[in-house]
Ligand binder design. Structure first.
Ligand SMILES: [Zn+2]
Length: 84
C-alpha cells in the first residue's frame, strides 16, 4: 500500500481511502470517483500519489476527448452580491 506519510498541513495521520475528486476543466465540473488517496484524519487534507495523479490527468484527457462519462446534474447557487 502507498505510504502517504504525515499530513503536510497539520502533521496528522494520513489514511488510505477512495475518494471523489472534483476538477474544473474549461468551466466544466468533472468528478472522478473511487480515486485512491490519502486523507488526513485531523484536517481532511487529501493527497494522491504521483502515479495516481498521472492517471487522473489521463482520465481527464479521455473525458474531454470521448465523452464517455456519465453526466449528473448539480445545483448551482450564486453567492449573495451584497457580501464584501
Ligand atoms: Zn492534516
Amino acid at each position: 500500500m502507498y505510504n502517504y506519510g504525515d499530513c503536510h498541513v497539520c502533521g496528522g495521520k494520513m489514511q488510505a481511502k477512495r475518494v471523489k475528486q472534483d476538477f474544473w476543466i474549461r468551466n466544466k465540473l468533472v468528478v472522478i470517483e473511487d480515486v485512491p488517496a490519502g486523507v488526513c484524519t485531523q484536517c481532511g487534507e487529501k493527497v494522491v500519489s504521483a502515479d495516481v495523479g498521472q492517471r487522473l490527468a489521463g482520465a481527464l484527457k479521455d473525458t474531454a476527448r470521448r465523452r464517455k462519462a456519465r453526466t449528473i446534474a448539480v445545483p448551482v447557487i450564486r453567492f449573495a452580491k451584497d457580501v464584501a
